[in-house]
Each structure stands twice: as C-alpha cells, then as structure tokens.
Design a protein around this ligand. Structure first.
Ligand SMILES: *Cc1c(COP(=O)(O)O)cnc(C)c1O
Length: 376
C-alpha cells in the first residue's frame, strides 16, 4: 500500500505544514525571551479564547490539560467531597476521573439514541438529596440539550458544568458551549479541534470570585511569590503551549467549518444508504471532533478499510461504568444504560479533520459502503 493512498485518522503534520513559518517564528520568540511560565503570552491566549467564546476575560484560566480543566470546573462550581455528580457513562474516562478527583461520587445515566448526549429524563430520575451538579459532555462535538438541563439545574439549585473537551465553538441555541453552564473544561490535547503541541487545557468559570479562586489554585494558591493563601496545586498551562494555541486560534472557525462540511457529506451519503448517523438537536450546532456511524459488522469494516490504508477508530469501546477502575471506585448507576451499552457494539469513527480532501472523503465513503452493513 503506498503512502499517497493512506488516509490517517487525523493528520497533524498537514496542519503544521500550513502554519510552519509563523509557528516556528512564534515558538522561537518564547524561547528567546525564556518566557516559559505564566507571563503576558499566557494572558494573551486566555483573553483571545475568552473573546472567541464570549465570556469575560477573567473567566478563562489556562491549565495543564483537559482532565484538570474539568476537575477545576467542578471545584470552581463548588462541588465538594461526598456530593453526587450526574454524568453520562458514554464519555472518555477523564470525565469520570475529574469527578472522583474532587472527592465527589459519579452517578452514571444513559444517553439519547438520536445524538448520544446526556438524556435529561434520565438525569431527572437520578436526582437525590446529595446531587450537587450535572456534568454534560458535548461528546464528539455534539451539544447536549442545554435548555432542558438548565431547567433541571434551576429548579433543583444544582451546578451545571460542561465538558467541552471535544466541542470547541459548538453552539446550543446560538450560544457557544462553555458559556451556558456555571463552569466548563476544555482540552487542547494535540488531536482535539484546537490542539497544543503537548498537553494543555482551559477552565471556564463564570462567577468572578470563583474564577479568581481557581486562577490562584492552579498556581499553588499563591497571593505573592512565596505566599500561599490556600492549598492549591501546580496545574498551570505552559507558556509555550499558550503561544502554539494563540497561533492556531484564529484558524479555528475555518477548521470547524471544514469539519462540518465533511460531516454533511458523510451524512448525506451514509443516510441514503440506510446507516444510522448522529442527528443533533435542531438547536445544536455540532463541531464534529469525531464522525460516528453505526455498523452491524464493525470488525469486518475496520479490517477492510485498514487494508485500503484507511484508519478508523472506536470511541469508546468500554462504557465508563463498566471500566475495571470502577470496581473499586465509589459510584452509582441510575436506571437502565441500554443505549450506552448497545451502541458500543456498533459505533465506528471515520476520519474527519480539516485537511481531509474531497477525494479522500469519497474514498472513505466508497470503501465503507462496499463492506458495511446498516444496524437498522
Ligand atoms: C480529551 C478529553 C478529556 C481530557 O482531556 P486531556 O487533555 O486528555 O486531559 C476530557 N473529557 C473528554 C470528553 C475528552 O475527550
């Protein structure tokens, strides 16, 4: 199989090639200035990201990675040890770790079959006196039903925390996700829609005092160079990563549009052939971090595409409540997780990244349609 024909799952090299001159120059500036920790470069990224999202400048706090960002969002929203936090089992395991790492108890509920996002009815059924927060995950870049979740939080006085690790610039009802709940977390893992050159993340905390508290927490609770007002941690974002992200951020809207165009093309062809694809809510504007289709014969399809040089993935093969780690970690499963447990057998992720050409998209579709069998 020749390299020219191979279609990777993501192509970070193509993106770097498109930015190389500016990126190399900007990274060199950070190194020349030995501007490695905090400083104006980090503040500039936080301000630029805040402006893109539409939140106050002080609401964005750069941090070490996406997992920390969600943990910090829970902390910023006041989630305490022993509280129950309701979340989907169908997510990357980091979402669960963030709950456990603040000492709270994860309560797993099911997702909707139409868009694989947190089911508001299942959330309502899972509420107890101990519930303090709801943690929706905009999985694959598909916004959850924030209208219904906001209503539940308002009537039960709960915090709403958004896991936006896969959903940069996604919108619900005209509002950018991460600006709807009380707090949110973003990952800038290299393969995410906005990716650093290593680990990085950002926490969004909308309450001004809580945001200042979290900004202090990620930097040893510091109030002075050698004065700490509380026990914090070192969870800062590297300044080099802030520079990388600042170079990339202006391109994010175009990259997002490219992902939407690819997804629209896949949707049309695959739905016409009878395959089940994600149907986002009418109020949701998705950003397609991943493109998911259900197939009856997944192993066969993956092997056939691999033989053609086309990479695919499964996100994710084990529901969180069934992870070996949960055998010893305190948690609760509320109601039936039938949708969660059923889709893991059939979900397949096809390549979707901004640089994927139309010819490559067509080849993915035609190779897929040659072997794949619909679930319905
Ligand atoms: C990637 C991801 C995270 C964690 O981000 P890291 O930067 O890898 O720590 C959390 N939640 C979801 C849904 C993710 O996809």
């Amino acid at each position: 199989m020749s390299n020219i024909d191979a279609i990777p799952f993501v192509d970070l090299k193509a993106q770097y090639a498109s930015l190389k001159d500016e990126m190399d120059r900007e990274i060199a500036t950070v190194i020349t200035n030995t501007d490695f920790i905090k400083g104006p470069t980090l503040a500039a990224f936080e301000a630029a990201f805040a402006e893109r999202l539409g939140v106050a400048a002080g609401a964005v706090i750069g941090c070490a990675n996406g997992t920390a960002s969600v943990t910090l969002a829970l902390r910023g929203a006041g989630v305490k040890p022993g509280d129950e936090v309701i979340l989907p089992s169908h997510t990357f395991f980091a979402t669960v770790e963030s709950v456990v790492n603040v000492g709270a108890v994860p309560v797993f509920v099911d997702i909707r079959a139409s868009d694989y996002t947190l089911d508001p009815e299942a959330v309502e059924a899972a509420l107890t006196e101990k519930t303090s927060a709801i943690l929706p995950v905009h999985i694959y870049g598909t916004p959850c039903d924030m209208g219904k979740l906001q209503a539940i939080c308002a009537s039960h006085d709960l915090a709403l925390i958004e896991d936006c690790a896969q959903a940069h610039l996604a919108q619900w009802d005209g509002q950018t996700v991460s600006t709807i709940g009380d707090a949110a977390g973003f990952s800038f893992y290299p393969g995410k829609n906005l990716g650093a050159y290593g680990d990085a993340g950002a926490t969004i905390v909308r309450d001004k005092n809580a945001a200042e508290n979290i900004r202090r927490y990620v930097d040893h609770g510091r109030t002075g160079k050698y004065e700490s007002a509380m026990i914090g941690d070192n969870l800062r974002m590297d300044t080099l990563q802030a520079k990388v992200l600042s170079v990339k951020l202006p391109h994010l809207p175009n990259w997002t549009q490219a992902r939407r165009d690819i997804a629209a093309r896949y949707d049309t062809r695959l739905q016409a052939a009878g395959f089940k694809v994600i149907t986002p809510d009418a109020k949701a504007k998705a950003v397609y971090h991943l493109y998911i289709v259900e197939v009856a014969n997944r192993d066969e399809v993956q092997a056939a595409l691999k033989a053609q040089g086309i990479a695919t993935g499964v996100h994710y093969p084990i529901p969180c409540h069934q992870q070996p780690a949960m055998k010893t970690a305190e948690h609760r499963v509320s109601g039936s997780l039938a949708v969660t447990e059923q889709i893991v057998e059939n979900i397949l992720s096809l390549p979707v990244f901004p640089e994927l050409t139309e010819a490559q998209q067509d080849r993915v579709i035609s190779c897929f349609l040659e072997v794949a069998k619909p679930t319905a």
